[in-house]
Design a protein around this ligand. Sequence first.
Ligand code: NAD
Length: 370
Amino acid sequence: MVANKSLLILPGDGIGPEVMGQVRRVVDWFDRRRSVTFNISEGLVGGAAYDAHGTPLTDETMADAMAADAVLFGSVGGPKYDDAPRDLRPEMGLLRLRKEMDLFANLRPALVFDALIDASTLKEDVVRGLDLLIVRESTSGVYFGQPRGVETLPDGRRRAYDTQEYTDSEIQRVAALAFELARQRGNRLTSVEKANVMETGIFWREIVTKLHADSYSDVELDHMYADNCAMQLVRNPKQFDVIVTDNLFGDILSDCAAMLTGSLGMLPSATLGAVDDSGRRRALYEPVHGSAPDIAGKDMANPIACLLSFSMLLKYSFGMDEDAALIDNAVQNVLGSGVRTADIMSKGAARVSTSVMGDAIIREMDKQAA
Ligand code: NAD
């Protein structure tokens, strides 16, 4: 019997509640079949919270997130909220969670399932078996650096500027986490920056090199310029195990890597914070996709990105690697049997709804656990 684990579920808007419904079934499955009890609370976020409380995230829900071992988030937003005041827009709920939980590392795996190899734009032999992880620094860098703005120069021309900045501790904490994650995988880390043309790039490389020598010399480390990394991701992505990079390069490279795998409906993510005094690391897990208003309410959404986000939660927040693998394998087998939601449909496959995809995955989990 594994000790109780507290989990806050925030389904959000659009397809969020639909895909989260399938995760709830998997959570119940663990309760029934594996004697793992999750202490679950559920809250409103985004447009749903705005409708009920006039704010995209109440202080009470924020406090619940701070108290939980892990937060599982669906998606927020939709055309209904296009005219909401800027500071009350649905995505502000997510931004507040990330900021107050101080979630500084965004983890985006790029995993190619054999059955979906055709969905990739790259050749089969380039992506077959691909399994890489991008760790993006997510609370600093040029998206947050000061000063920033637009000004008019004395001669009348206008000038816009942003500031790229990193402190040593900001680089150390995200790099340390990436080294730890590499140790749990293929033990290889690629640190990505532009040390050829940027001061922050030179500094980033210096800090990562020293951290490696001091604490992680057992992990194989190499350095790569960001432009070369973009090229290598489409040329030979299987050369990578874990990539660590800053906020701006990570934003671009993780989207590039995501498309190697084909569909938005398949992509999970995690955002992690620091380990606190009790040894607990704050963490939020969410599918990469948004609220998909075009298909919301039609029982059409692919629940796999959200299910794989829950699998990441089991692995990274609770160390339940075997249980996470059970979900991943069930997904792999169901896709292999030709069951598909509309977004990943291919010739000869059976097109199913959100809930029937959930049925198939749970049946497969039953089989594996038998
Ligand atoms: P989106 O990810 O919601 O949808 C893009 C396209 O992918 C749509 O055609 C959609 O139907 C499809 N799609 C996405 N997820 C799918 C799934 N699980 N199964 C099947 N098809 C899927 O992005 P968008 O259309 O640019 O944004 C819609 C809304 O979502 C906006 O309000 C946006 O602000 C919000 N959004 C929220 C998040 C988040 O909550 N983290 C992220 C991105 C966008």
